[in-house]
Design a protein around this ligand. Structure first.
Ligand code: THU
Length: 310
């Protein structure tokens, strides 16, 4: 079971329904952020005074809050692996939830406590997986993922399904609906990719490519292709952008935009699909051939259904 729930309070009863909901939520949340199913997360249910102590100790805020996330490792920590490993298991970290604050918020929203706690736990797990709401785009991505996770466990939260991908990608309204459900701003990402393309070093092929990656935090990382007189050394724009995102501390990629002019369908090459799958097997791929023009939207899972895994 991916979630290990401990109840550290006795002011609010933990219903069997809540236990069941959290048991379902663990697997859904991990799948939604493409973490391996053996990943584990600790969930501590507590009261306001206890979460207040944690908030003071770790964030210097002397007040209770609804949810806190404690990743086992931070990006950039020497020798840390992602996802982290503890013994044979992948232990992601811990999520603390105040049931007292959750109960107040549930009453204010007019929905059951179970739904509020499920939402808070999903929010905490997303933080552990590298999502962040500090910037506007990050908040949109996180909100969309929360909805996706909750829709999978709670019928009352059901939302329209993501449209199925088609062989030639999606254009127009269907593409916009797909992106909106995921909280992705395609125009911004495509703009960054066209900007990156200007830096392309492509004197041998004359084919300039720009890429922009949307990290889970909501930050954008750019890349361009980099050719060499020894042709085989060429680095594609997507992989150049990936290096930037990893260095930026991202733990996953939500989307990539790839732009180039000319004929043909400029979806990422096979090598780049494999490289991208490492950071988001179900990430969204957007391609465009004319600035401000039509674009195609794919899911990477469609472009690379069976990636190589160790
Ligand atoms: N290229 C990319 O940047 N990304 C891809 O996914 C495919 C190809 C670059 C490599 C080379 O510089 C040029 O396009 C022509 O192959």
């Amino acid at each position: 079971m991916p979630l290990h729930v401990s109840n550290l309070q006795d002011s609010i009863a933990v219903s069997a329904e809540l236990e069941k909901l959290l048991a379902r939520l663990g697997a859904k949340a991990l799948a939604a952020v493409a973490l391996p199913p053996q990943t584990e997360v600790g969930v501590a249910l507590m009261d306001d005074s206890r979460i207040g102590e944690l908030n003071r100790a770790y964030r210097g805020i002397d007040a209770p809050t609804d949810v806190l996330a404690f990743p086992l490792s931070e990006p950039g920590e020497d020798g840390e692996r992602w996802p982290p490993e503890r013994e044979e298991e992948h232990y992601l970290g811990d999520v603390a939830v105040s049931l007292e604050t959750a109960a107040r918020q549930a009453a204010a929203q007019g929905h059951p406590l179970e739904r509020e706690v499920a939402y808070l736990v999903a929010h905490g797990i997303l933080h552990l997986a590298g999502y962040d709401h500090e910037c506007e785009q990050g908040a949109r991505l996180m909100r969309a993922k929360e909805e996706e996770i909750l829709a999978g466990v709670d019928r009352a939260a059901a939302r329209p399904r993501l449209p199925r991908t088609t062989k030639v990608g999606r254009r127009g309204e269907k593409a916009r609906a797909y992106l909106a459900l995921q909280g992705i701003d395609a125009a911004e990402l495509l703009g960054a990719a066209w900007e990156a393309r200007r830096y392309a070093h492509a004197p041998y092929s004359g084919f300039a490519v720009g890429a922009a990656l949307l990290g889970r935090s909501g930050a954008i990382y750019r890349g361009c292709n980099l050719e060499n007189a020894s042709y085989g050394l060429t680095l594609c724009a997507e992989r150049a952008a990936l290096a930037q995102a990893v260095l930026g501390g991202e733990r996953g990629v939500a989307a990539v935009a790839v732009v180039a002019r000319g004929d043909g369908l400029h979806a990422p090459c096979g090598a780049c699909r494999q490289a991208l799958a490492e950071f988001g097997p179900n990430l969204t791929v957007i391609t465009q051939k004319k600035e401000g023009g039509d674009f195609l939207v794919f899911s990477l899972a469609e472009l690379l259904p069976v990636p190589f895994r160790l």
